[in-house]
Design a protein around this ligand. Sequence first.
Ligand SMILES: [Zn+2]
Length: 156
Amino acid sequence: MTDIETELRVRRIENGTVIDHITAGKALNVLKILGLPDSSHGVVSVLINSHGEYGKKDVVKIENRELKVKEVDRIALIAPNATINIIRNFNVTSKNKVHIPSFVEDVVECINPNCISNSDEPITSKFKVDTENACLKLRCFYCGRVISENIAEQLL
Ligand SMILES: [Zn+2]
């Protein structure tokens, strides 16, 4: 382990949000969903392939910004086991699992190139989220096309 890795692993944040138990390798997609990093949102640190109790995971720490649970629900699309920890004064004041939303807007792009949401029209992408049989499916509100694999690659 390098010194930098050690420092990231042990470094606690005073105030902010820690997103833990992110599916290993998906941390950068989580940042993308949250529109991070952005200089106005404090310091972000990322641990990739950290050793957790249930195998490898990614962790994202965002200093001086408290993400609302609802704001990060969309993270569930690519990291269904993630937990959102709000930190105040070095203490975890709340810990919540992400929830898979039933509907997402302006998060993913339709895979159908002929879909009206991919045209030049000012139309926001909308998907109904279906979790039947423990398999996540996004059904386009406009054309009905279903995205069930590589959802991270369709992120806007
Ligand atoms: Zn579509």
